[in-house]
Design a protein around this ligand. Structure first.
Ligand code: SAH
Length: 202
């Protein structure tokens, strides 16, 4: 998977490749999906949600330009796989999941696998996690029509936010960089994520 689907494409950051080699993706899926864990496509994790395909996880992680001392917030814990990849690369990971059963499963999987630097919260990620803000990087793994203002506020100066932004028909994976209080937006590629639910739709 790492050699063909990541290195064979445009994943070049050695720290991302090392993290992707290390995290056991099969531990984050169940049943017969375990046999498919290292194929480059999304897989169902129950409750109509999916674990993202490995290439997209790697691409988002690389796009966030992480440093070892970083504190990172993820919105959309899902299986916990992306959080584990982040946890291999940075000091602290905070992740929020709106579906309680998924948050509970991810919390116990991450604990079992020894990811002590990840905190999982059940709730709507719209409001971010004020208690541990500001964050060097924020990843959203559910598509949103707009960037929630609390997340912009909780991004540190110089921080990077990577998210799928909904357009009229498609979603763009974008990187937002905060510099001198201004936001710079760059398109990374076209993607297809499950929608962010909750307050952002009201
Ligand atoms: N990062 C995950 C995949 C995410 S799928 C992984 O590595 O497995 C997107 C997840 O976002 C789903 O689990 C969905 O329930 C969650 N989600 C959707 N809207 C949300 C919100 N407002 N706050 C937090 N989580 C949300």
């Amino acid at each position: 998977m790492v050699e063909v689907d990541l290195r064979g494409r445009d994943i070049t950051d050695p720290n991302v490749l090392a993290a992707m080699l290390k995290v056991p993706r099969h531990e984050f899926v169940t049943g017969k999906n375990k046999n498919l864990a290292y194929a480059d496509f999304p897989l169902p994790i129950g409750k109509d949600q999916t674990i993202s395909q490995p290439y997209i996880v790697a691409l988002m992680t690389q796009s966030a330009r992480l440093q070892p001392e970083d504190r990172v917030l993820e919105i959309g814990t899902g299986s916990g796989y992306q959080a584990a990849v982040l946890a291999e690369m940075v000091k602290e990971v905070y992740t929020i999941e709106i579906i309680e059963a998924l948050a509970a499963d991810a919390r116990s999987d991450l604990k079992r696998l020894g990811y002590d630097n990840v905190k999982v919260k059940h709730g709507d990620g719209y409001q971010g996690w004020e208690e541990f803000a500001p964050f060097n990087a924020i990843l959203l793994t559910a598509a949103t029509p707009e960037i929630p203002q609390p997340l912009i506020d909780q991004l540190k100066e110089g921080g990077r936010m990577v998210l799928p932004l909904e357009g009229m028909l498609f979603q763009d994976l974008v990187r937002i960089t905060k510099s001198k209080g201004q936001l710079k937006r760059e398109k990374i590629t076209g993607v297809r994520f499950v929608p962010m639910t909750g307050e952002v739709r009201q």
